[in-house]
Design a binder for this molecule. Structure first.
Ligand code: SF4
Length: 456
């Protein structure tokens, strides 16, 4: 700890929320390292930064909990200055400074590039506590994205904000209107990620199918993915967060071609009842969802599909929920996340009548989860005997390792538990599935020599 920052100061960053926020945290880390800061994983530290999430109640409560935990560390002298960044800081920029006097500085998601200079001011004492301005991170900030060497899986945030304005969603107010990132800058970022060891690139945004739409681009996502696949060294390209009503034939062909593009799509449909979908402001109906599922499964046999559902949206009757539960049973998504509707001030749905009680919401979410557990267990059991390509992510000693196959996205879809392998993290191996658990697969390598490593 030396002088009045930022060079040489120790900074601890805690990131919450979605993959987009973790990309922001890597940009933040890179900017601080460039300014001479030391990044530490735990206290003591000169500065503690909580990079928050703020879009629904549970996420807000988690963020506040972590801020207060850091504030207690500050009281005990284990950190000297406390900074709150991210979506909560943006969404409640008026309220938070008064509500959290323990916090020395609030910065919004788009203000990260100013942070090194603001840290200097923090130790000089004389500066405003709240520095929350623009929504989107400037493009050049991504050039400083920090990556540990050898991390094989990376998220690529291809856009900021969203133009859909679904009735329950706060993201357009927090992250602003759709702002698609510059293609060349994205390709340069991916080359950097590959040099740092990335072999899997997971495309994320609020709705990646709208990439380039605000600047009048047609087929923007498909063209970006083709350009990405031409980059030497990438093995897997995964598409996450696709708006159901915007998945066209070209995109399906791209996934069907296989190659580097994983036969995997994450398509949040949110519900299946026509009236509930209309109330949500989703621009598709049940027939479009069923037609899309049929087209995908016919054109891409064996495709892995993930979705998200919201239960308890205002006006969701018992009959509408029964339709949703039947949909879960009949549509058989491989992976499914279900969320009780979170009433968020400032959204159209917040003022809607026929709000559903918390206990009913939780009960409906539990019933959907129970149904999905059986579906995933059956899906996994059906893979026993299959040979899969596995990206090894963690070695656990005595020949055991943890990885994922192409049909498993990072963090959310379970893992492949390998035994009898010498493959090290960041390498691929071919393995035969020997068993299935509710969430994970068990497998043994069939060709440990196999590792594509650097690929054309
Ligand atoms: S598409 Fe997603 S991010 Fe955009 S408004 Fe709807 S729910 Fe929110």
């Amino acid at each position: 700890m030396s002088g009045k920052g930022p060079a040489g100061i120790a900074v601890r960053i805690l990131t919450l929320g979605c993959a987009k926020n973790s990309v922001d945290a890597e940009v933040l880390t890179g900017l601080l390292v460039k300014a001479g800061c030391r990044i530490v994983s735990r206290s003591p530290a000169d500065v503690g930064i909580v990079n928050t999430c703020g879009f629904i109640r549970d996420a807000k409560e988690e963020s506040i909990g972590e801020i207060l935990a850091m504030a207690r560390e500050k009281e005990r002298g284990r950190i000297r200055r406390l900074v709150v960044a991210g979506c909560l800081a943006k969404r409640y920029r008026e309220e938070l400074p008064g509500a959290l006097p323990e916090v020395d500085l609030f910065v919004g998601p788009g203000d990260i590039p100013a942070l090194p200079g603001l840290l200097r001011g923090l130790f000089a004492g004389a500066q405003p506590r709240s520095f929350v301005g623009t929504a989107a991170l400037p493009e050049e900030a991504y050039r400083h994205r920090y990556r540990e060497k050898g991390e094989a899986s990376a998220y690529l945030k291809i856009q900021e904000g969203c133009d859909h304005r679904c009735a329950y969603c706060t993201i357009p107010d927090i992250r602003g209107p759709l702002a698609s990132r510059d293609r060349d800058s994205l390709l340069a970022e991916v080359r950097m990620l590959v040099r740092r060891g990335a072999r899997e690139i997971n495309l994320v945004g609020q709705d990646i199918t709208s990439y380039g739409a605000e600047r009048g681009e047609k087929r923007g996502l498909a063209r970006l993915v083709r350009a990405l696949c031409a980059i030497r060294g990438i093995r897997w390209v995964r598409l996450l967060y696709l708006y159901p009503g915007r998945i066209d034939d070209e995109l399906i062909d791209l996934v069907a071609e296989g190659g580097k593009v994983c036969r995997y799509l994450d398509i949040p449909v949110q519900h299946i009842d026509a009236r509930v979908l209309a109330g949500m402001g989703r621009r598709y109906g049940p027939d479009e969802v069923w037609a899309l599922l049929a087209r995908l499964r016919e054109r891409v046999p064996g495709i892995f599909l993930r979705t998200s559902l919201i239960v308890g949206f205002p006006g969701e009757s018992a009959a509408a929920f029964d339709r949703l539960l039947r949909f879960v049973h009949e549509s058989r998504w491989d992976y499914l996340g279900v969320f009780p509707y979170s009433r968020e001030e400032g959204t159209p749905a917040c003022a809607m009548e026929r709000q559903v009680g918390e206990a009913v919401k939780r009960e409906r979410a539990r019933r959907v989860q129970d149904a999905q557990i059986d579906i995933l267990a059956a899906r996994n059991a059906g893979m026993v005997g299959e040979e899969v390509e596995v990206l090894v992510e963690e070695a656990r000693g005595d020949g055991r390792a943890v990885g994922r196959h192409r049909g498993q996205a990072p963090e959310v879809d379970g893992n492949v538990l390998l035994s009898g392998t010498g493959a090290s993290p960041g390498r691929f191996c071919r393995a035969r599935v020997t068993g299935a658990r509710a969430w994970d697969l068990l497998a043994k390598p069939v060709d440990t020599g196999y590792s594509p490593g650097i690929l054309p």
